[in-house]
Design a binder for this molecule. Structure first.
Ligand SMILES: *Cc1c(COP(=O)(O)O)cnc(C)c1O
Length: 387
């Protein structure tokens, strides 16, 4: 028994897999070289490790190594994709389409571009969290330069129809960007089959290190133009200057490689655990599942409970279970989740939400303990109206 709470916040971040740590360690110490040093062994061995990692990541999404641009994470990758395309294509058009349920790392760059004179359409979603493809089709205009739709949602886990969106965009020669921070290693991703032009990735949602991510940038059919957002030594083919960080890069690639190797069996296991948790909780009166019941990440369960404040619930659970109410990045705000509001949930139910993020190290025993604790906590928070 440990007295640390059970960790069920795997959409906020995941623990580092020990196999990832082992792969990283030599690059902190003896292999410390700068991959850009071309005149000695230290540089060559760092460069070889980065090259291998780039290949692994490219293979994971059916891209080529030259199409992988390392960044500090998905926030930076989203900023580079959205602002980079806006600056490079503004003479072609100034209209961008995204979705109301996107992460702030997509919404905020779009809002920033509005202040520069770009027009942004924030598509609504259906009550299950999926976009309506016919609404996307109607929103596309002659001056649309970019469509940005996330692969899997960080609050409700809903998986958008990437291939359909990609086909629609390609047909109209509009670039398609997807924020795949929650999706990489968890669902099948193929930039060619899905006609994706730009894809944001991150390490720390897939049992890799924090502070490392990548942007996939398509090089052929079409070749995507991107204005760099960091200028300097011309690293990453001029798209993102700054010395590469080999330990993080090696760890990121190792994490993705492991997740892909174990993806199908892990998805089955997580779906089973989620189902058990949902079945145990569904005895609670006034409980609602947020988001599509099956078109979602295997480890995601997001619920709202009538008459119960989500923040109070996650606080009540805190000694036993670590969960978030709403998104981790906005849980310091007192506003209701913008994602749940976009699903058409009432403000009350949006406040009454808890996100369970089941992960690689979650056990069946923990799930039953979490279910019992949640049921007891909800009962204690409810006004004692019924006997
Ligand atoms: C976590 C997350 C981000 C931010 O990624 P960082 O690597 O932490 O910058 C962006 N988008 C989504 C969907 C996320 O879940």
């Amino acid at each position: 028994m440990t007295n640390r709470p059970i960790y069920l916040d795997n959409h906020a971040t995941t623990p580092l897999d020990e196999r990832v740590l082992a792969a990283m360690l030599p690059y902190f110490t003896e292999h410390f070289g700068n991959p850009a040093s071309i005149s000695h062994l230290y540089g060559w061995e760092a460069e070889a490790a980065v090259k291998q990692a780039r290949q692994t990541l490219a293979d994971a999404i059916n891209a080529t190594p030259e199409e992988i641009v390392f960044t500090s994470g998905a926030t930076e990758a989203n900023n580079l994709a959205i602002k980079g395309v806006a600056e490079a294509y503004f003479s072609k058009g100034r209209h961008i389409i995204t979705v109301q349920t996107e992460h702030n790392a997509v919404l905020d760059p779009c809002e920033y571009l509005q202040t520069l004179g770009f027009e942004v359409t924030f598509l609504p979603v259906q009550s299950d969290g999926l976009i309506d493809l016919s609404q996307l089709e109607k929103a596309l205009r002659a001056d649309t330069i970019l469509v940005s739709v996330m692969a899997a949602n960080n609050e409700i886990g809903v998986i958008q129809p990437l291939a359909e969106i990609g086909a629609m965009c390609r047909q109209r020669q509009v670039l398609f960007h997807t924020d795949a921070a929650q999706a990489i290693g968890k669902i099948h991703l193929d930039v060619d089959a899905m006609k994706i032009d730009l894809m944001s990735l991150t390490g720390h949602k897939v049992y890799g290190p924090k502070g490392i991510g990548a942007l996939y940038v398509r090089r052929r059919n079409p070749r995507v133009q991107l204005s760099p957002q960091l200028h300097g030594g011309g690293h990453e083919r001029g798209m993102r200057s700054g010395t590469l960080y080999p330990p993080q890069i090696v760890g990121f690639a190792k994490a993705v490689e492991l997740a892909l190797a174990e993806r199908e069996s892990e998805a089955q296991r997580l779906t089973q655990l989620r189902q058990e948790l949902w079945e145990a909780l569904s005895c609670i009166e006034g409980i609602h599942l947020n988001g599509h019941p099956t078109q979602r990440l295997p480890g995601n369960l997001n619920i709202s409970v009538e008459g119960v404040d989500g923040a109070a619930l996650s606080l009540g659970l805190q000694p036993i279970v670590a969960v978030s109410s709403g998104a981790a990045c906005s849980s310091t705000k007192t506003a209701p989740s913008h994602v749940l509001m976009a699903l058409g949930r009432s403000e009350k139910l949006a406040y009454a939400s808890v996100r369970f993020g089941i992960g690689r190290y979650t056990t069946q025993e923990e799930i039953s303990q979490v279910a019992n604790t949640a049921i007891a906590t909800i009962q204690s928070l409810r006004p004692q109206a019924t006997n």
